[in-house]
Design a binder for this molecule. Structure first.
Ligand SMILES: Cc1ncc(COP(=O)(O)O)c(C=O)c1O
Length: 446
């Protein structure tokens, strides 16, 4: 029984928390049944990129629902799937050629890892089984994605089930894991991938998987300019697939179509989800380079075993198509780049606060790292749960932001993330900033 007297049998993720009932959403705002209004400053978990209640998307959904919602893609295709696959290719870097639609990010990464496995089986290199991930990354909540993920706290309960996946340290310049300083470091964090491959044995490695700009785990951590060109070179040298997780960064969030476009490198596989359907319907995608597709096209077996019931779901594909058309029609990727400059310019004022250590990110993805001692970059004691407290007090004041924890050493590290919809206005940014600044000051006692 809820405190508001409603009988509710939902198994919520936090059973001590009360979840306000949301009745409707409009743009950046969510409206509770109790009359309370929330600013959804992170689009849920960086998902509702177009904002809530966009009429065109709902219309496209209804139109598709009237025709066909589900035609099993083990037997059929639909216009919705075909049209979306063509539209996706208008956004991707050159050379990407085919796309497989799934229901979300974790599923897309699982599929990408299986595609990598199949690729090396086809090549006659069955020993290439390991997927290298990066510490402090987040790729999903399944056993496979937790294995490549680097969030120790999420991994620990499931450790006995995880695959053998080596990890490299992240390009976290604010606290370099190698105690170096950019640019004198020579971007050692990227070069370290080669060393790890050598330690593990190149014949055992299938892929390297990373988020170009980190989302929830490191809040907008952005590698230096040289990072991905070096990674690409190493992957090529050892014939390892470069997989980028663009579940958050895909389709405009960073001010370019894909996050990896900032480095102008071409990955072998792009995994994406969230903003692709803007959360109006569950959707994810695995986009593969023609080099892989050619291998599969000429393969000994015509199909993968893997196939999900909801893969290529017609309703979700119609939503995805409407979202991508909306992004193009309204030139939203450029709009994100423009608003990004404004947002980062305004948020710069937080830098004068003694507890704001680092403000990072790209496009409309901004992370604020909170610290106890700015000069020495000393984190707050984890037991204080500073970011969690900021998230909670902001929520009480009607501002939804996301907190991140434990990204420094699996224990310490407080982070607050802002990722508003692409339609965010200057006034809305001002509103977010005012509330957030006052909450941060309240929590940190200034
Ligand atoms: C970068 C990244 N990859 C993968 C996922 C997993 O996506 P999903 O929750 O849709 O399974 C997430 C989810 O937050 C994510 O942020």
């Amino acid at each position: 029984m809820r405190t508001d007297g409603i009988l509710d049998s939902t198994f919520y993720r936090n059973r001590k928390q009360q979840y306000p009932l949301i009745e409707k959403g409009e743009g950046i705002y969510l409206y509770g049944k109790d009359g309370k209004k929330y600013i959804d400053a992170t689009c849920g978990p960086m998902t509702v990129n177009l904002g809530h209640g966009v009429r065109e998307i709902v219309d496209a959904m209804v139109e598709q629902a009237r025709k066909i919602c589900f035609a099993y893609t083990g037997s059929f295709s639909t216009d919705a799937q075909i049209n979306l696959s063509r539209k996706v290719m208008e956004f991707t870097p050159p050379g990407m050629s085919h796309v497989y639609f799934v229901s979300g990010g974790s599923e897309a990464l699982e599929y990408a890892m299986e595609a990598a496995r199949q690729y090396f089986l086809e090549k006659g290199e069955p020993g290439r089984t390991k997927m290298i991930g990066r510490w402090q990354s987040y790729h999903g909540a399944t056993f496979g994605t937790l294995s490549i993920g680097g969030h120790t706290n999420f991994r620990k309960d499931y450790d006995p089930y995880l695959m053998k996946s080596p990890h490299v340290p992240p390009p976290y310049c604010y606290r370099c894991p190698f105690d170096k300083t950019y640019p004198a470091c020579g971007v050692f964090c990227a070069k370290y991938l080669e060393r790890l491959i050598q330690y593990e044995g190149k014949e055992t490695i299938a892929a390297f998987i990373s988020e170009p700009v980190s989302g929830s785990s490191m809040g907008g951590m952005t590698p230096p300019t040289e990072y991905y060109p070096i990674i690409r070179e190493i992957c090529d040298k050892y014939d390892i697939l470069m997989i980028v997780d663009e579940v958050i960064t895909g389709f405009g969030r960073t001010g370019k179509n894909f996050g990896v476009d900032h480095w102008q490198v071409i990955p072998d596989i792009i995994v994406t989800a969230k903003g692709m359907s803007s959360g109006y319907s569950p959707l994810g995608a695995v986009i593969i380079h023609e080099k892989l597709y050619e291998m599969f096209a000429g393969s000994r077996q015509a199909s993968f075993f893997t196939g999900y019931t909801y893969a290529g779901n017609a309703l979700s594909c119609a939503v995805g198509l409407a979202v991508l058309e909306y992004i193009q029609r309204n030139d939203l990727v450029k709009q994100v780049a423009r608003m990004s400059e404004y947002m980062f310019g305004e948020f710069d004022r937080l830098n004068r606060l003694p507890m704001v250590g680092d403000i990072r990110g790209l496009g409309l993805l901004l992370g604020i790292e909170l610290v106890k001692d700015k000069k020495n970059r000393t984190p707050f004691d984890a037991s204080m749960n500073v970011a969690g407290e900021v998230e909670k007090r902001a929520f009480d004041r009607g501002l939804v932001v996301r907190a991140g924890h434990g990204f420094i050493n699996a224990v310490d590290g407080d982070l607050v993330i802002i990722a508003p919809p692409f339609s965010v206005t200057e006034d809305e940014i001002a509103e977010i900033l005012d509330i957030l600044e006052s909450v941060i000051c309240d929590v940190c006692g200034h």
